[in-house]
Every structure is written in structure tokens, then in C-alpha cells.
Ligand binder design. Structure first.
Ligand SMILES: *Cc1c(COP(=O)(O)O)cnc(C)c1O
Length: 377
């Protein structure tokens, strides 16, 4: 069966009543028929039928052994790092999601976990950063917001040769376009808030683990830490996921048109979209993924244009987040990447002239006209 079919069928034929839309089991606890007896459900932090359907779905979509649902992408990422111990070191994508950077910078450092932030699109930089205490490479590809492409297969081969884990944040592409586990990754994480949910109406995080014993250990952490996704949100996320293939196709088609339009605009300095042949990661993206997604960044020629554009757009909303059916524009320097020290931001290309665009499913021409009027004085 193709992934599109799996997506549309999430939760169907699973409930004894014949419900097509899997029900929301709003029960925090489950009764037992006797001492030592269980229906398989005891308490919803440990397991909930609605969450279970979602967790099985994401595990199947990513090709992993087990899936886990969390209350947000950051809850998922935080729980992943609870697998490690004091003294462990990590290699993390330099222009990673701002919240991941903050987690290392403000919280994990207090527990003796450290990270080197490197440009993971350069294998040599990763090699150079490996220490005897390195336990995992945490990589985003494409990166946020610079859209750099890392070679997942090469990274996992390097990691395996050193006995370290590869963790891929697959939020930008989803399993529809990129399957990191097939390329050798051990753990995949998602902010389900973005493309999987797809409607800017739910916060969620998902983790998929390849390897039963690692998944077993991780299941203990999910239950012990307890940052699980509630049944209502599990249902909303599954409902969004059913139409993922349609949305992603429409968004990518729009993105390609907008990127081509931006490239020609006289007030645009550079466009970062892997779907452009001029993008340095274009060929690699074609090789390891089945699409380019619909996230892009661009730099404008004058800093004053940033304020003008975010304040003048009428259809596109000036907001954080991405991946939904509604187009959003973001100014990473003060929004998603504000926590990053300015020299690190500048080094990775997150300048005062950079804007990030999450392209939705609106009509492409309407979006282009909206940008056109926002660019003009
Ligand atoms: C949004 C995002 C996260 C964090 O997810 P939340 O659901 O907001 O907690 C992590 N990684 C990437 C790439 C993201 O875009």
C-alpha cells in the first residue's frame, strides 16, 4: 500500500463499533476485571486507545518499530534527551529550530549535557566535532530557516562507525517526502504542530524509534516524564494527517511558483528554497527525498523592507509557525531564533534582512499579488 492510502485510512477499521473516524477516548483511567487482569489499558498517561492509533500510524509511516505522541514538538525533543546522561555530548544542526537551541543553552546544560552546533550540511564539520563523549547527532534537514540540506545517509554511516545515534527532526518534510529511518537514522522526531496537523489548530510532537530495545527504554521515559498528547489532540492530529498528501502537493506547487517569482524580484537579494536548481542542496534533496516541501527563506535588499512587508501583507499572516494551510511569514531574527546569540545567528545566515515563508494552499497568484503589493511602497 502507498503512503497516501495509509494516511487517508488512519484510524479506520480499528474500533469495534465500525467508526470510520476513530473515537476520542476521553478516559483518564480504565477498570480491571480482576486482580492481575487488564484490557491492555490502565491509565491514559501510560496508554490511551486514541493515542495508540496515532502512535501506530506514525511508526508505520516512518518505517520505525514504535511511535510516541507528545504534547508538543519540544516535549518530544526533551524526552529524547532524557535517554542520555551527565557528561554526554551532542552534535546539533547550527541553524536548528530556536526551541531546540534554547533547550541546550538554558536547560540541558544544567544537567551536564553539552552540544556543538555545526553546519550539518558539511560532513567534515560533523567529523571534526565528534568527541569521545559524543552520543548522538541531532540533525534538521532542510534546516530552519536557511534550508540547508544534510546528507542523511552519509551522516548515519559516520554515526554508526562511531557507535553514536542519529536523530532527525523531520518536521519540514514529513514521512511523505523524506524517510530518515530508511536512510539509516535511529530516531525521528516531529513537531506535529506543523505539516502533520496542517491547520494551525493543534500543538503536538511525535517520535519514531527504530530498534525495539531503544523503543522500550523510550517508552519508560514517555510514561515517567508524562508529557503525552491528550486524546482530543491525538484525534485532531490524525484528522489533519489524513489529507497530508493533498496539502503537501498543493503547498509545494505554490512554493515553487513563489520561489521563482521571488528570485526575479529586484528587491530580493537571495532565495533559499531547495526546489530551485540554483540551491546548493538541490541534487541531494532530489536523491534522498521525494519533494522539496514548501518552506523557504529570502533576504531583501534593504532592512526597512522587512517591517514594510510583514506589516503590509494582507492574505499572508505575520506569525510564527509553519506547515499549515494558511501562508505565514516570519522574521526569524526576532521570532523563532531570538534566543540565539547574534554572532551565531549571523554566522548561519539569519540576518536582519531574512524573512521565512511557509506557503499554504491558497491560490498561488493571490499569494504572489499579496507579496507584490507588500514589496511596493
Ligand atoms: C516547531 C518546531 C519544533 C518544536 O515543536 P513545537 O510543537 O512548537 O513544540 C521543533 N522542530 C522544528 C523543525 C519545528 O519547526
Amino acid at each position: 500500500m502507498k503512503i497516501t492510502t495509509h494516511l487517508a485510512q488512519i484510524g479506520n477499521k480499528r474500533d469495534a463499533t465500525g467508526a470510520i473516524s476513530f473515537p476520542v477516548y476521553h478516559s483518564s483511567t480504565f477498570s480491571h476485571q480482576g486482580l492481575g487482569k487488564s484490557t491492555g489499558y490502565d491509565y491514559s498517561r501510560s496508554q490511551n486507545p486514541t493515542r495508540e492509533v496515532l502512535e501506530e500510524a506514525i511508526a508505520r509511516l516512518e518505517g520505525g518499530d514504535r511511535g510516541f505522541a507528545f504534547s508538543s514538538g519540544m516535549a518530544a525533543i526533551s524526552t529524547i534527551f532524557a535517554l542520555f546522561r551527565q557528561g554526554d555530548h551532542f552534535i546539533v544542526t547550527e541553524d536548528c529550530y530556536g526551541g531546540t537551541f534554547r533547550l541546550f543553552h538554558k536547560i540541558l546544560n544544567q544537567f551536564g549535557l553539552s552540544a556543538s552546533f555545526v553546519d550539518t550540511s558539511k560532513l567534515d564539520e560533523i567529523k571534526k566535532a565528534i568527541l569521545p563523549s559524543t552520543k548522538a547527532i541531532f540533525c534538521e534537514t532542510p534546516t530552519n530557516p536557511m534550508m540547508r540540506i544534510a546528507n542523511i545517509k552519509q551522516i548515519t554511516l559516520l554515526a554508526k562507525s562511531k557507535g553514536i545515534l542519529t536523530i532527525i527532526d523531520n518536521t519540514f518534510l514529513t514521512p511523505l517526502l523524506q524517510k530518515p529511518i530508511e536512510l539509516g537514522a535511529d530516531i525521528v522526531v516531529h513537531s506535529g504542530t506543523k505539516y502533520l496537523g496542517g491547520h494551525n489548530d493543534v500543538l503536538a510532537g511525535l517520535v519514531v524509534i527504530k530498534d525495539h530495545s531503544l523503543a522500550e527504554r523510550f517508552g519508560v521515559l514517555q510514561n515517567a516524564i508524562g508529557a503525552v498528547l491528550g486524546p482530543q489532540e491525538c484525534w485532531l492530529l490524525m484528522r489533519g494527517m489524513k489529507t497530508l498528501a493533498l496539502r503537501v502537493a498543493a503547498q509545494e506547487k505554490n512554493a515553487q511558483q513563489i520561489a521563482c517569482w521571488l528570485v526575479k524580484h529586484p528587491l530580493v537579494e537571495a532565495v533559499y528554497y531547495p526546489g530551485l536548481e540554483s540551491h546548493p542542496g538541490h541534487d541531494l534533496q532530489l536523491e534522498q527525498a521525494s519533494g522539496f516541501g514548501s518552506m523557504m527563506s529570502f533576504t531583501v535588499k534593504h532592512q526597512r523592507l522587512v517591517r514594510q512587508i510583514v506589516e503590509k501583507v494582507k492574505i499572508i499572516s505575520f506569525a510564527e509557525s509553519l506547515g499549515g494551510v494558511e501562508s505565514l511569514i516570519t522574521f526569524p531574527t526576532t521570532q523563532t531564533h531570538a534566543e540565539m546569540p547574534s554572532e551565531m545567528r549571523e554566522r548561519s545566515g539569519v540576518t536582519d534582512c531574512l524573512l521565512r515563508l511557509s506557503v499554504g494552499i491558497e491560490d498561488a497568484q493571490d499569494l504572489i499579488e499579496d507579496l507584490e503589493q507588500a514589496f511596493s511602497e
